[in-house]
Design a protein around this ligand. Sequence first.
Ligand SMILES: [Mg+2]
Length: 236
Amino acid sequence: MREPPGLFITGTDTSVGKTYVTAMVARALRQAGHRVGVYKPVATGCGRENDRVICDDAVVLAEAAERLDELEHVCPQRFLAPLAPHLAAAAEGKAVNVELLRRGINYWRAESDVVLIEGAGGLMSPVTDELFVADLAAAFGYPLVIVARNALGTIHQTLTTLIAAAAFEEGLQVAGIVLNQPQPPATGDVSIASNRAELARRAVPPVLSEVAHGARLFEPTVDWIALAAAGQSGAD
Ligand SMILES: [Mg+2]
């Protein structure tokens, strides 16, 4: 059986809208008729509902992919403290299950035409004492989509993330960048008008889309399947 293609969605920072953009990608793929798997290897800052730990991101992803019945598989490792995973786990007297981080994708690989993985934080965010998010991205082997904030400062943050991707091990493949507005544009931030062109001039991977605050669809559309499939050439 041919493994389904996939994308690994990372961000230039936390709270840049990774979940929001990943859900948009999932909806676009659903509309094109694909069975979409969504996976978040670990989440922190989760809420508690009765005796269950709820990951809001996982619910958003499962809804977008129309896989709510399989919510437990979306994010198998959920911790309460808003800290890096190893610290959040330790705060509960637990540890991150490193094997499960990697193995958790197998459910979706078997049940999907295409898989989307949302990392935690950015590429150099620690996941355990030894591992970074970039290590997980390398292990999964899918091209990266970098979500960046469309605000003053994004050129530096995005190029720094691209440098980290290129420098990590043999280099992580980057499918492209999505400029997102997780908050309404700040009054007076005139960089929004030029960020896309300034990034496109300096980044090798393309700026795939500029998402307005609150947008639900990519305009124009993006061929996410082609981007995911491009990651398979030469792989495995
Ligand atoms: Mg998120």
